[in-house]
Design a protein around this ligand. Structure first.
Ligand SMILES: [Zn+2]
Length: 303
């Protein structure tokens, strides 16, 4: 679910070891919660796919996280998708702009630690304006939020949820939401899928990493499959539905990130090969989050 700003900053200790399987690098992860005082041993699991289906279980159990072995990333010509009618890889170079590093930053008026009033100034040794507490002196840093989700393939269809919450109430999205402290991106994607679609899924592979610098969000979307052929809308969804690729409601999608993801996916399916995509979504300043036409996909790389 997409919800209010969350505090970040806690650290999680992660220990890993890797082993190579066919086409993948499998990493065994054991997460150590911030409050834990002992280091846990590695534990192998039998499944070849990451599986996490209990939304009430804290993600501290061992996981097998599959990452497609990285091949050299090939730059792909950036393309304007404002027409929304197709993802045109041959569009003009005008959309191939440089990475935009500036984004909107909320004005922080009160300290997140002591509640004291802040002043806005450039701290010594830094270059950017920050909110500095006038009482305790701490600086509030604002960093991008990570959104994680699943693109679920089932019978040549994909699962979408119609949002029951703002923003973008009534519009369709892949099940996705903010990553929580203490969970991996894959765990978060599986949790969000359960919360929004009551679907138990297995993550198959990472599919897309999309940055939206303007609003400070990074999306990681995984390909996934249903562990059981059941799903139903969670509290934040009005309905959940499998769509064939020709029927995806591109004019009623909640977010441009979903439009980009689904268009890349359709291209891959038609080409007969799922790839891993990286790209930057540059939103048109001042546009609505639900205006899925107001962006360009730049710096597109694919494996
Ligand atoms: Zn303070």
């Amino acid at each position: 679910m997409l919800k209010a700003i969350q505090n970040l900053g806690s650290s999680t200790t992660t220990t890993t070891t890797t082993t190579t399987t066919k086409g993948f690098v499998a990493s065994f992860y054991r997460l150590k919660p911030p409050h834990a005082t002992t280091t846990s041993a590695f534990v192998s699991i039998s499944s070849s796919l990451l599986s996490y289906y209990s939304p009430r279980t804290r993600p501290t159990k061992p996981l097998l996280f599959l990452t497609r072995k990285t091949r050299s990333l090939e730059p792909v010509r950036a393309h304007s998708t404002r027409s929304e009618s197709k993802m045109d890889g041959t569009s003009s170079s005008s959309s191939a702009v440089a990475v935009q590093s500036s984004g909107s930053v909320r004005k922080i008026n009160f300290c997140q630690w002591c509640g004291g009033q802040t002043k806005h100034d450039i701290p010594d040794g830094e270059e950017k304006m920050r909110a500095i507490c006038t009482v305790c002196g701490k600086i509030t840093y604002q960093n991008p939020k990570m959104v994680v989700g699943c693109l679920i393939e089932h019978d040549n269809k994909v699962l979408l949820c119609k949002r029951n919450i703002q923003p973008s109430f009534g519009l369709w999205t892949l099940p996705a939401g903010y990553l929580e402290i203490g969970e991996s991106a894959a765990e978060g994607a599986i949790r969000e899928t359960w919360e929004e679609a009551h679907a138990e899924v297995e993550v198959v592979s990472p599919f897309a990493h999309l940055d939206i610098p303007l609003i400070g969000q990074t999306y990681i979307i995984f390909l996934a499959k249903l562990r059981k052929p059941h799903f139903s809308p969670g509290p934040e969804s009005l309905e959940c539905q499998l769509f064939s690729l020709d029927d995806i409601p591109f004019d009623s999608l909640a977010f441009s990130s979903m439009a980009v993801t689904l268009k890349l996916y359709i291209e891959d399916v038609k080409a007969g090969s799922r790839k891993f995509h990286y790209g930057t979504i540059n939103k048109r300043p001042g546009s609505s989050p639900s205006d899925t036409h107001a962006y360009t996909l730049d710096n597109h790389l694919q494996s």
